[in-house]
Design a protein around this ligand. Structure first.
Ligand code: SF4
Length: 130
């Protein structure tokens, strides 16, 4: 038995449309967090999600970037994999300043290595040149 502080947090699993509302007990050891237990998860994936969300939260980033001389002013883009959640704000700042020349094709790499994560940002649609 340790004297480390323990909190109980509500967490919504985002792995499937069921969106289970889970109760997660977390032990705090300075900046380190450990999941002690997960309740109300509808399946084992919820527990895996809670562990990952507490230790190393990641997200796929979807947004748009500006297009120059295109038939549309913006093209939707997304990361090719999840990136650490704490990088989302910096990534948005970078993508906000990017302007790509039309034509843009779906799957085109907009950024090869986003913030040193080895994750690319790719276009999700075609934009023809006007
Ligand atoms: S715990 Fe399982 S059933 Fe519930 S939302 Fe997550 S993946 Fe879906």
């Amino acid at each position: 038995m340790t004297d480390l502080p323990v909190t109980e947090e509500q967490m919504t699993c985002i792995i499937c449309p069921m969106g289970c509302s889970m109760e997660v007990r977390i032990e705090h050891d300075g900046l380190e967090k450990r999941v002690l237990s997960v309740r109300d998860n509808g399946c084992p994936r919820g527990e895996q999600y809670a562990f990952k969300e507490v230790r190393h939260p990641t997200r796929t980033l979807t947004t748009t970037v500006a297009v120059k001389n295109g038939e549309a002013p913006l093209v939707p883009v997304k990361t090719s994999a999840e990136i650490p959640k704490q990088f989302l704000f910096s990534a948005m700042e970078i993508l906000r300043r990017i302007v790509v020349d039309a034509p843009v094709s779906c799957g085109q790499i907009i950024i090869k290595d986003l913030l040193g994560t080895s994750v690319a940002v790719t276009a999700c649609a075609d934009v023809e040149k006007k």
